[in-house]
Design a protein around this ligand. Structure first.
Ligand code: NDP
Length: 249
């Protein structure tokens, strides 16, 4: 499929890589996030359009959606984690923020673009959740709760849209090494962020996840991948990470 694709959280990491990949696939890509300078640079490189968007702000989402007369693909990618404290010590404000961006942001943007996604020849909604949408781990309570909620959103929407030509796809990545995800999680603590990936032989890259989005979207319009779980080979499960050489270099 081709047409107009919207990628939220496209100013870095998985969103940026997905925007690049979809442009290569022939989409006219609209890149959205808060940091407009980065978006403008990216849009210039891929021949797309940059639009400032804060998914936690209802007015921003309303204004954003008003700028479209067509949308064939929405990639709900904006999101992230804050903190890794145990439930007993975690900060409710961080849980609120994670719900605001991951869950309510995805809800708002989807609601705003749904009329256009339904109007065309066939629309697709891809939501990037996480393996944390399907499993919990110590210190991941708030993030897992938000990603589980995003999963519930995606599954419910698929049920509700049954009978309409709109695919609803959820991508659940495991460990992906992006520049900002772990840094944001640990409030800029680079050492703690680096420890997440320490000695892991080839965590996923943003490009790997973008390739999964491209694969799911590129299948014929009657093929709906409900959930695509993708992990690096070194991570067999949330708690099962091999640290040490894996590939012959
Ligand atoms: P990044 O931190 O690199 O990207 C997050 C993106 O979300 C940024 O472009 C940021 O842009 C945007 N964003 C944050 N808040 C808002 C907001 N209020 N409004 C609009 N955009 C916003 O992380 P990743 O690329 O690693 O993660 C992308 C997605 O993948 C997230 O949903 C994350 O939870 C998920 N994921 C990541 C994994 C990983 O290991 N890295 C694993 C599994 C899932 P800006 O600040 O400019 O607004």
């Amino acid at each position: 499929m081709t047409g107009v694709a919207v990628v939220t959280g496209a100013s870095s990491g998985i969103g940026e890589a997905t925007a690049r990949r979809l442009a290569e696939d022939g989409f006219e890509v609209v890149v959205a996030a808060r940091r407009i300078d980065r978006l403008r640079r990216l849009a210039g490189e891929i021949g797309g359009r940059a639009v400032e968007l804060d998914v936690t702000d209802a007015a921003s989402v309303r204004d954003f959606a008003a700028g479209f007369d067509r949308c064939d693909l929405l990639v709900n990618n904006a999101g992230g984690a804050l903190g890794a404290e145990p439930v007993a010590l975690s900060d409710p404000a961080e849980w609120e923020r994670m719900f605001a961006v991951n869950v309510l942001g995805t809800l708002r943007v989807t609601q705003a673009l749904l009329p256009l996604l339904r109007a065309g020849a066939g629309g697709t909604i891809v939501t990037v959740t996480s393996t944390a949408a399907a499993a919990n781990y110590e210190g991941g309570g708030g993030y897992s709760a938000a990603k589980h909620a995003e999963h519930a959103f995606s599954e419910t929407l698929r049920l509700e849209l049954c009978g309409q030509p709109v695919r609803v796809i959820e991508i659940l990545p495991g460990m992906v090494r992006t520049e900002e995800f772990a840094l944001n999680r640990f409030a800029g603590d680079a050492e703690r962020a680096a420890a997440v990936y320490a000695d892991v032989d080839r965590p996923l890259t943003a490009g790997d996840v973008a390739a999964c989005v491209s694969l799911a979207v590129g299948l014929p319009p009657h093929v709906n991948i409900d959930q695509l779980v993708v992990r690096p080979l070194a991570q067999a499960a949330q708690h099962k990470v091999h640290r040490g050489a894996l590939f012959h270099h």
